[in-house]
Each structure stands twice: as C-alpha cells, then as structure tokens.
Design a protein around this ligand. Structure first.
Ligand SMILES: Cc1cc2nc3c(=O)[nH]c(=O)nc-3n(C[C@H](O)[C@H](O)[C@H](O)COP(=O)(O)O)c2cc1C
Length: 359
C-alpha cells in the first residue's frame, strides 16, 4: 500500500499500533514494525513495578528503545505524553531527552500542546505524529510543524477526547482542515474500519485495543479474554477530572472547573458496574480509581499494573474501545496486519459492485 503516511514513515502498510501505557513494550512494537506497520512503545513499557524516580523512568525507556532496535531494523515510534507542568511533565521531559539521545525514528506525541515538544523533536531529525481529538487540535498540530496528525474519536480506548467527537465525524473534518496527512484512530479494529477511515480522508490508521488482543501484547490473558467477551455496549465513557478544582495537591494545577464530559472509556465489568451504579451513573475516572485496589502513594499506576499485567479485574477494570465487540481472537501481529490489508480487497469489491449498479 502507498499513502503519504507510508512514504513519510518508510513503512509498508499505513497501520500504526497505538500507545497503551504499560502494555505496549518493545516486543509488541517490534512485532508490528516487522509485520510492515509502525509499532509504538508506550509509557511504562516493559515495566512491572512503579517508580517515582524521574531518571529511572528515563532509563527504563532507554532499555526498551534499545531492545526494540535489537528486534527490528524497521522504523518504530515512541509515545511522549506531554502532561502537565509540575505534576508529570518532569517524567515526560526526561523521556523526551532519552528518545532524542537514542535517536528514535518516530515520536507519537499525545495529551498536550504540540508547541511543547515538536520543535525539539524536528531539530533532532525525528518524525512527529501528534494525537488530537478535535479539528482545532489538528490545526494547532499542523501550525506547530508536525509531520502528520492522528485524530482519535471517542469510540477509542484510553483517553478518547473531552468533546466526544466520533471517528466518523472527526476524520473527514480534520482531513478537510489540514494539508498534512491525517491518521484515524478510535474504534478501528478490522479491514472494514480501515477502509472506512481511508474513505473519510485518512491516510493511515491508529489502532490500540485491537493490538491489545494479540499474542505479543504483554497484557494479562484475563485482560485479553475480557476484550473477547465484550459486547457492542460493553464500554462506557466517563468523566476525567473532578467537577471542582482540587486545591489539596499538585493536581489542583489542572484546574478542572467545569464538568468534563465523557473522556475515558472503561470496559464494563462487575466492578465498574457497581461503582457506576453507586454514583447514579455519573462517575468520574478519579472516583473509579479511588475505589480500586491501589496503594495510597500511587493509586493510578498500581491500579493499571494490577489490572493490565496481573489480571486483577475483580477490584479493577481496564480502558478499551467500543470496537471490542468486534474482536474475537488473539492473532499474532503479523497475522493481524496481513488480515487488515488482505481484508480490504473484498470490502472494496463489494462497494464497487454496489456503486456500479447505479450506472
Ligand atoms: C489500555 C489503553 C491504554 C492507553 N494508554 C495511552 C497512553 O499511555 N498514551 C496515549 O497517548 N494514549 C493511550 N491510549 C489511547 C490509544 O493510544 C489510542 O488513542 C486508542 O486506543 C485508539 O482507539 P482504539 O482503542 O479503538 O483502537 C490508550 C488506550 C488504551 C485502550
């Protein structure tokens, strides 16, 4: 396949494996890149413990980057989460330094302004893909000089946008708004979704949850099983951020003064259903985290570790895509990428036949 995205990144197929904290390590990223797509190393890749040490966080990332280079000679990406000054920016800054020192081929920059890291990454000769969830984000990323913009709709797992734009509406509007290539994410799990995204104007796809259910992903087997068992309505987007500003710790800097709409998409299981019901359906991500079995010192990371790597879904849940209902097996990355590419033919033939009946 050939699009501006394959040309830009030097890859065979315009399929980018999305970053997923804790479960997108060097092995997964290398497997996707070896299969002809672009693998992405995410935050806390390869880690099985929590560290609050900024330098150690950077060194852990360095190890993963070096491991990925040993496993593949093909391009791969590293996700740099911009984050918030005074809280997690120190970790992001250190990881960025390491990424530049190790000369990673591609950076996927997310959850923050493109003005923060783009210039430094470009000066270091690194291709920059910036993740956003509105047309405004896409325009801002283009103005900041990124090489391509990833727009990810609310269907997606993880943090899927405060404004809840759907992939169907977001992708064409972003593609019309910018000159640079657009890569579509959020709810894309099979060849039909990939063809649809390309029809909307995307030149590549960004897929997270589908890659969670692959052989190479380090997520616990119970997590992969939960994805296989999810139905079409098996996820729910909940608020991220307290409706009132928190003054009691550094997180108060985030200044959440209004009620944030759904932005973190949770997989519904007995645990999450119970908490959502107890709050009358109006629950925030922070309230869910507070109910999980994490330590006081670092509840979020421990929650994630316990759920994703240790498979404790009794006192936790995970974030996942609305597309989970379409995921029915756990292939290797190679088989998955092959299937995504080969599956496009029949879809296109069906469409061509349908349209030719009009002549
Ligand atoms: C379990 C999980 C963890 C995620 N962690 C991150 C992250 O650390 N950084 C980030 O930018 N996006 C993160 N995301 C969002 C994905 O990168 C991507 O936008 C999303 O998965 C795309 O939608 P899909 O799940 O429908 O494929 C995460 C998503 C999931 C499902």
């Amino acid at each position: 396949m050939k699009t501006r995205v394959t040309e830009l990144l030097g890859i065979e197929y315009p399929i980018v494996q999305a970053s997923m904290a804790w479960i997108t390590d060097a092995v997964l990223a290398a497997a996707v890149s070896e299969a002809g797509g672009l693998g992405t190393i995410g935050p806390n890749a390869g880690c099985t413990t929590v560290t609050r040490d900024v330098v150690e966080t950077g060194e852990r990332l360095r190890e993963q980057i070096r491991k990925c280079k040993q496993l593949t000679a093909k391009p791969f990406a590293v996700n740099f989460v911009v984050g918030v000054i005074g809280w997690d920016r120190d970790y992001s800054d250190r990881c960025l330094e390491v990424g530049i020192e190790e000369r990673v081929p591609v950076a996927v920059v997310s959850q923050g302004s493109p003005l923060v890291y783009t210039k430094r990454l470009k000066e270091a000769g690194i291709q920059v893909l910036h993740v956003g969830s509105t047309v405004r984000h896409a325009r801002k990323a283009e103005e900041a000089g990124v090489d391509a913009v990833i727009v990810s709709g609310t269907e997606g797992g993880g943090h899927s946008g405060f404004d809840q734009m759907t992939t169907l509406c977001l992708v064409p509007q972003a593609a019309d708004a910018v000159e640079i290539p657009v890569i579509a994410g959020g709810g894309i799990v099979d060849a039909r979704g990939m063809v649809a995204a390309m029809a909307l104007g995307a030149e590549g796809v960004y897929m997270g949850t589908r890659f969670m259910a692959t052989e190479e992903c380090p997520a616990h087997p119970k997590v992969k099983q939960a994805i296989l068992e999810a139905s079409d309505t098996g996820t729910m987007a909940i608020r991220h951020g307290s409706p009132v500003p928190r003054q009691d710790d550094k997180r108060g800097d985030r200044g959440f003064v209004e009620e944030r709409r759904g932005s973190i998409r949770l997989l519904l299981n007995d645990f999450s259903r119970e908490i959502i019901a107890a709050q009358g359906g109006n629950v925030s991500f922070e309230e869910v985290i507070a109910a999980t079995a994490g330590s006081e010192e670092n509840p979020e990371s421990n929650r994630t570790l316990a759920a994703f790597l240790e498979g404790n879904l009794e006192r936790n849940t995970i974030t996942a895509s609305q597309g989970s209902g379409l995921i029915r097996d756990i292939p290797t990355c190679r088989d998955l990428v092959k299937r995504l590419v080969a599956g496009a033919g029949p879809v296109l033939e069906r469409l061509t036949a349908a349209y030719s009946n009009d002549e």
